[in-house]
Ligand binder design. Structure first.
Ligand SMILES: Nc1nc2c(ncn2[C@@H]2O[C@H](COP(=O)(O)OP(=O)(O)OP(=O)(O)O)[C@@H](O)[C@H]2O)c(=O)[nH]1
Ligand SMILES: [Mg+2]
Length: 455
């Protein structure tokens, strides 16, 4: 367990210098290699072949970029002097041509001259150690870097701007006030000028606070949908038309289609956008009493994929009188939308509104709209509402709510004031774990290890 204040007591600065590409490992117009730490200016100056004193803060300077064996490329060097940098340390960025060979050459040069390769998330971890951002913002940075949808980008930016941190601070402040009030009464219990404690009134305030915490915790599902995207599984009996509809939804011929039942065996996935949400469409094997081991294994995967999705599109073959899957119970958990398929084979009179044909664009659009509406229901929050984005954050807030409610009950029951004080301290600790003011090492590891190297 590391206390945030301890992390800051040595100003959070590390004694070694790290290097990594800040851009993706692919040919591109430009790539950026980033150095951070006490040796960053000296190493950057050697690579840029100019005196350290000329590495002015935040000024891009053009020139040759060099390694121990000579010139590697031409590009820009820019320094950010501590503490005015992302990590709070001295930072140098080298903007080179985006070729994997050039990037490798510059990293090798930096390592030859004293830097070491950064670990995953190490730049952001250093920024956190220097107090540049809290854990919610570090998670938001990860989400922003990997955002593929408009909803994900907006959500990540709101957290990076500190909206979630502010909301937690607003829940923490009344806890501090309540503790201060109760402790004053403990300290000055015998003095006349301390008012009588209105336990019911104090308790009502704490109860409302606990409710606010529970409400905020409940937004995490919405945040996960917005940031992580949604999984939509196509599920049903063999030949129901799952793969045909999957291909139509994805807009590409991704899954094999055949009139023989039992065509799809593996789970086939494709990503796309639905409105401003990122969705993963999941095609699965037709579910029936399996004809053999291989098919049975595929059906087990189909069940697992359906159970792990947010929405199940349960397709029933509209062209056969009795679809065998009618007898099967849909998997628990996800929201189930049921459609009859192959509407084009039916007369219009026999066509209920939930009957669709994968061959008609308007029907495929209707399916997309139904899924979008289902996801909006699952989200359940206004588009501009502040929502949490991680189970970790929600779990912390639920703990805080429980401890606050416990404090409230202790107050109401007339218990000695030490008891509610201890409960409210527990609530504060739970909030502080969410923001990283108190940060257990395993939580830090779990958060930062999800970053890629260079972030
Ligand atoms: N007329 C018509 N035929 C369809 C429609 N959708 C699918 N089919 C046909 O139904 C047969 C089975 O389609 P698939 O998409 O492979 O069905 P599936 O549910 O993926 O089947 P399995 O992978 O075996 O579980 C194919 O011959 C498709 O051309 C539709 O909307 N209308
Ligand atoms: Mg199929």
């Amino acid at each position: 367990m590391r206390l945030f204040s301890e992390a800051h007591s040595d100003s959070g600065l590390q004694n070694d210098t790290i290097v990594a590409p800040a851009t993706a490992d692919q040919p591109a117009g430009v790539a950026i290699v980033r150095l951070s730490g006490p040796g960053a200016l000296a190493i950057g100056a050697r690579i840029a072949a100019r005196p350290i004193a000329r590495l002015t803060h935040a000024l891009l300077q053009f020139g040759g970029l060099h390694g121990p064996s000579g010139r590697l490329d031409q590009g820009y060097a820019v320094a950010f002097h501590a503490p005015r940098s992302f990590t709070g340390e001295d930072v140098v960025e080298l903007h080179c041509h985006g070729s994997p060979a050039v990037v490798r050459g510059i990293c090798d040069a930096a390592e030859a001259w004293g830097a070491r390769p950064a670990r995953a998330g190490e730049f952001t971890r250093r920024a956190w150690l220097a107090g540049k951002l809290d854990l919610l913002q570090a998670e938001a940075l990860l989400d922003l870097v990997s955002a593929r949808s408009e909803a994900g980008r907006k959500q990540a930016l709101a957290h990076l701007d500190g909206r979630a941190s502010d909301a937690l601070a607003a829940l923490r402040r009344p806890l501090i006030d309540a503790i201060a009030d109760l402790e004053a009464r403990l300290d000055f219990a015998n003095e006349d000028d301390v008012d009588d404690l209105d336990r019911d009134h104090a308790c009502d305030g704490l109860r409302r606070l606990a409710d606010q915490m529970t409400t905020l915790a409940a937004t995490a599902r919405a945040g996960q949908l917005r940031v992580g995207g949604a999984r939509i599984a196509l599920y049903g009996a063999p030949n129901a038309g799952k793969s045909t509809l999957f291909n139509a939804l994805v807009g590409a011929d991704r899954a094999l289609v055949h009139h023989q039942p039992g065509t799809t065996r593996d789970v086939v996935e494709a990503e796309g956008l639905l409105g401003d949400l990122r969705v993963t469409w999941v095609d699965t094997a037709g579910v029936r009493t399996a004809a053999g081991d291989v098919e049975a294994a595929g059906i087990a995967r189909a069940h697992a994929a359906a159970a792990a999705s947010d929405v199940v599109l349960w397709l029933v073959d509209g062209a056969v009188a009795h679809d065998p899957i009618d007898a099967l119970i849909p998997p628990d958990g996800p929201m189930v939308l049921r459609f009859s398929t192959k509407a084009d084979l039916l007369g219009d009179a026999r066509r209920p509104s939930t009957t669709i044909s994968a061959f008609r664009d308007a029907d495929v659009q209707a399916v997309r709209q139904a899924v979008a509406a289902a996801l909006a229901t699952l989200d359940g929050c206004r588009a501009d509402a502040l929502v949490l984005t991680r189970g970790r954050q929600a779990a912390g807030l639920r703990l805080a709510a429980v401890a606050t409610a416990r404090g409230c009950e202790a107050l109401r029951s007339g218990a000695p004031l030490e008891l509610p004080v201890a409960d409210l301290r527990d609530a504060i600790d739970a909030i502080d774990e969410v923001t990283g003011r108190i940060a257990p090492d395993d939580v830090l590891e779990a958060i930062f290890s999800r970053f890629c190297v260079g972030k």
